[in-house]
Design a protein around this ligand. Structure first.
Ligand SMILES: C[S@@+](CC[C@H](N)C(=O)[O-])C[C@H]1O[C@@H](n2cnc3c(N)ncnc32)[C@H](O)[C@@H]1O
Length: 336
């Protein structure tokens, strides 16, 4: 007979288990965990979301951190809290997973959801304001970190490695001054480009006119609010770090990729150059490679090839290809 031998635990494990139970034993802490399911927030943002003082929320975050449920992530001078990843050989993994599964099923009350939206709107306003003020200096600002010429060939090599049909269409989110549009227009039957900055879209319009790009349609729209048309290839070139809630944005935009299609994403790898916020309007200082892969998987995409390019100024660029093998949300809405 197969007898299950219970694993003997050390005394410290008991402390770990108690910390986990303590962390889960407070409704506010459970709601904090719920809010952190797909985003990271600073202490002040969390204080705003839960309408409590900074010291109160700091106390709860400390308890959650002691239980290994949240971790910090430094973004230049700012500290953001996110869900901690489960430790590979972690103790109480079953209880932890069950707790988070229950937390994820919680529906947050409307007031909290409204304040999360408020925080996202504040972040998005910073980004919009930057592009409306800086359109005339856009290229110079881009070149401070990474200009398209530095990674264009790699990006196009990855794009050309995907066999798109002659009739395939592309959607570029946040085309900026449209530097990539001529390349997309050459490769796709139709290209739609969405940007929420009138000043940036005007630069893109001028480029399309100069280069006679007749198959490109420019739309002034917030990519996260526009009706969800789908495309064979969705391109996010150096734009995700300008989104208020990047994981949620990736989820929404991945829904626009048609079955069999691709999402091509160029981003900075995580860095600590805080000046990029001020100089380039960046809301996030790049992303971890694993973090992007996890968000893409949660959005129903499968990882493809990736290229990493180190720049002489110390920044590193990641060019990632993700594929959709199931129908995207945009498609499901279009085909009853
Ligand atoms: C750094 S620029 C990248 C431009 C271009 N893709 C490139 O690499 O040269 C980011 C662009 O995304 C646009 N953007 C930011 N948030 C957006 C949103 N929610 N919807 C549409 N466009 C957005 C900005 O207006 C800006 O033009």
């Amino acid at each position: 007979m197969n007898m299950r031998v219970p694993t003997l635990r050390r005394d410290d494990d008991c402390d770990e288990l108690a910390a986990l139970c303590k962390a889960g034993g407070d409704p506010l802490r459970l709601k904090v965990l719920r809010v952190l399911a797909s985003d990271s927030f600073g202490v002040l943002e969390l204080a705003q979301i839960f309408a409590i003082g900074q010291s109160g929320i700091s106390h709860h975050l400390k308890v959650l951190a002691q239980a290994g449920l949240v971790a910090t992530r430094r973004e230049g001078n700012a500290i953001f809290y996110r869900r901690a990843l489960p430790a590979a050989a972690g103790f109480a993994g079953t209880l932890r997973a069950a707790l988070l599964a229950e937390v994820d099923a919680l529906e947050l009350e409307a007031a909290i959801r409204a304040r999360v939206a408020e925080v996202h709107a504040q972040r998005a306003a910073v980004s919009r304001d930057f592009f409306s003020r800086m359109a005339d200096k856009f290229q110079a600002q881009q070149d401070l970190i990474a200009g398209l010429p530095q990674y264009r060939d790699s990006l196009l090599a990855l794009l050309d490695a995907q066999a798109f049909a002659d009739s395939a269409c592309a959607l570029e989110v946040g085309p900026g001054d449209g530097a990539l549009l001529p390349e997309l227009a050459r490769r796709f039957a139709r290209v739609t480009a969405l940007d929420n900055s009138p000043a940036m879209l005007e630069l893109a319009r001028q480029r399309c006119a100069r280069e006679c790009l007749e198959n490109v349609e420019l739309k002034l729209a917030d990519a996260l609010q526009e009706s969800p048309d789908s495309a064979d290839c969705v391109v996010l070139n150096m734009v995700l770090h300008h989104f208020a809630a990047p994981a949620e944005a990736l989820q929404r935009l991945a829904g626009r990729v048609r079955r069999g299609g691709s999402l091509l994403l160029t981003e900075l790898c995580r860095h600590d150059q805080d000046w990029a916020r001020e100089a380039c309007g960046d809301l996030w200082l790049g992303f971890d490679q694993d973090e992007l892969a996890r968000w893409a998987a949660q959005a129903g995409l499968e990882p493809g090839d990736s290229l990493y390019i180190g720049l002489r100024n110390g920044f590193q660029i990641q060019i990632r290809h993700f594929a959709r093998t199931t129908a995207g949300a945009g498609e499901r809405q279009r085909t009853p």
